[in-house]
Design a binder for this molecule. Sequence first.
Ligand code: DGL
Length: 304
Amino acid sequence: MSKLGSKMGTTTSTIGVFDSGFGGLTVLRALVARLPQARFAFLGDTARLPYGSKSRRTIARYAVQSAQFLVREQGAEFLVIACNTASALALDAIQDAVPVPVLGVIEPGADAARAASRTGDVLVIATGATVESHAYAAACRARGLRALEMACPLLVPLVEEGWTDHPVTAEVIRIYLNELNAEAAAQGMNPDALVLGCTHYPLLRPLIERSVPAGMRVIDSAEAAAEAAALLCNTPRPGDEAPCPILSASFAERVGNDKPPANANPPLAEIRCFATDSVEKFERLGSRFLNQPTGKVELIDLGG
Ligand code: DGL
């Protein structure tokens, strides 16, 4: 038990999780597994999806509005940007706009790539905007890796359509990955890891794994981001050996200290989901991303 005396499932510390759609529920699923004591507020900006084909300016405006909703109206004390596109193009804008710590998915994804790659060459698939920002290439370069990025704009609509195990989707993935591997070979690269740089892609992981060359590791940026968030929440507080770099002591203590008993059944995390459009579709498809029912999704209006 934490010194604040919170009980399992009753802490009031809220982690805000944001995505352009419901793909970010893959990040939430990974977060819930690691931080079952937290309360989560998830916002999918479904009315304005896709972000991946929009300009930096527009993505930043949408992402800042979404972040402000989670902080101002849901009391989030820590934000996880469960959207690669928003993390790549709007992390600074979000950090400037809200007074709480913000974690994106790019740096954790690049950390996981570094840990997985032996050759130092990695492939990244993502939305057009993420690839054009070269955020992954820069994060990989900073870790001594060479990255070759490729936009796969057809994959998000296929996932949104629920075609996660469809022959058309399998064929599209095969074509994209063949092209990417051929380009890597042409550049003299020897990639041994593939980063899924979009929160929708983990739903395609079984199909993607069937299309990568033997021995290539597939890195899920959702898992990597959740791992990084959990680490922050469980990092020793100031006064301990290694102070937590971004979270206040009290928040980290409340969210991270109460471990569920070893025999505990599924996490007791409290989850509230919000969407800017298509609540029914969110509830139907979102449960697949979250791996449990989303509960009643609340419709909100963020303006234009
Ligand atoms: N959530 C976006 C990402 O992770 C994909 C969907 C979109 O284009 O908005 O990049």
